[in-house]
Design a protein around this ligand. Structure first.
Ligand SMILES: C[S@@+](CC[C@H](N)C(=O)[O-])C[C@H]1O[C@@H](n2cnc3c(N)ncnc32)[C@H](O)[C@@H]1O
Length: 216
C-alpha cells in the first residue's frame, strides 16, 4: 500500500456506509420481498447503488444495458439516474427472477424506462447495433465476463461507461486455490481487463469491488 493510501478496514467500510445516502424504502422493500421469494442475496450494495447513481447522472446517460437483472434492484437504481426519455434494457436468463423483476419494476417510479429482456444475455447483446448505448453494467455469469467486455467494447459509444461487478470475487480474489470456479474466472478476467486499451478502467472498492471504465 502506498503512503498516499488509507487501507480500507472493516471499521472504515462501516463509516463509509454510514455516510452514504440512505437506501430508499421501496428498494429496501424489494430486497425483503426478494429474500422471501427465495432469490439469492446478491444484488449491489446501497453504497454501490449511490455511486452508480452519481456516476450515471454526471455522465447524463440515456441508453443503458444491464447484464443480470435478478430482482430488478440495480435496474431501478440505474433507471432513476438516466436522463428523461432514456431506457434501461436489463437481461435475465431465469424466468422466475425475470417475472419477479417485472412485477417490482411495474410498481416502481421508473417502470416506463425499464425493459426486462428474458433469455441468454449473449443472444440479446448480439442483436444490438454497434455504438448504440451510453453505458453497460455487467453482473451475471462470471465465465462470460470476457465476452461481455468484448460486447461492451462494440456497443458502448466513445466516452461511454462500463461497470463490471464482483472484481473482488466475493472477497476471495487473493486466494491461490479457490474451490469456487467463479473465483479463477474473475481473477483471469481482472488480469485481462486491466490491460485492455479500449477502456480506461479502475476497481472501485464499493460492495464486492466494481470495475468502472470509460470507453476510449
Ligand atoms: C448478481 S445477479 C444480478 C444482480 C442485479 N444486477 C442487482 O444488483 O440487483 C446475476 C444475475 O445474472 C443472471 N444470469 C446468469 N447468467 C446469465 C446469462 N447467461 N444471461 C442472462 N442472465 C444471466 C442470474 O440468473 C442472476 O439473476
Amino acid at each position: 500500500v502506498s503512503s498516499e493510501t488509507t487501507p480500507l478496514s472493516a471499521a472504515l467500510c462501516d463509516y463509509l456506509a454510514a455516510h452514504a445516502p440512505p437506501e430508499d424504502p421501496f428498494l429496501a422493500e424489494l430486497k425483503c420481498a426478494a429474500q422471501e421469494a427465495g432469490l439469492p442475496r446478491i444484488c449491489i450494495s446501497p453504497e454501490q447503488a449511490a455511486f452508480f447513481g452519481i456516476v450515471l447522472r454526471a455522465c447524463r446517460v440515456r441508453e443503458v444495458v444491464e447484464v443480470g437483472t435478478l430482482g430488478g434492484y440495480s435496474a431501478i437504481v440505474i433507471a432513476r439516474a438516466i436522463v428523461p426519455g432514456g431506457r434501461v434494457r436489463t437481461i435475465e436468463v431465469d424466468p422466475g427472477y425475470a417475472a419477479f423483476a417485472r412485477e417490482w419494476v411495474s410498481r416502481s417510479d421508473v417502470a416506463a424506462r425499464i425493459n426486462v429482456l428474458e433469455g441468454v444475455a449473449a443472444d440479446h447483446l448480439a442483436a444490438m447495433p454497434d455504438a448504440s448505448i451510453d453505458a453497460m453494467f455487467i453482473d451475471a455469469d462470471k465465465e462470460s465476463y470476457p465476452h461481455y467486455a468484448d460486447e461492451a467494447s462494440r456497443l458502448v459509444v466513445s466516452g461511454g461507461v462500463v461497470l463490471v461487478d464482483n472484481a473482488f470475487a466475493f472477497g476471495r480474489i487473493l486466494e491461490s486455490n479457490p474451490d469456487d470456479p467463479d473465483v479463477p474466472a474473475i481473477q483471469a478476467f481482472n488480469e485481462t481487463f486491466r490491460r485492455r486499451t479500449d477502456f480506461t478502467s479502475i476497481i472501485v472498492p464499493f460492495g464486492d469491488g466494481c470495475w468502472m471504465g470509460v470507453k476510449r
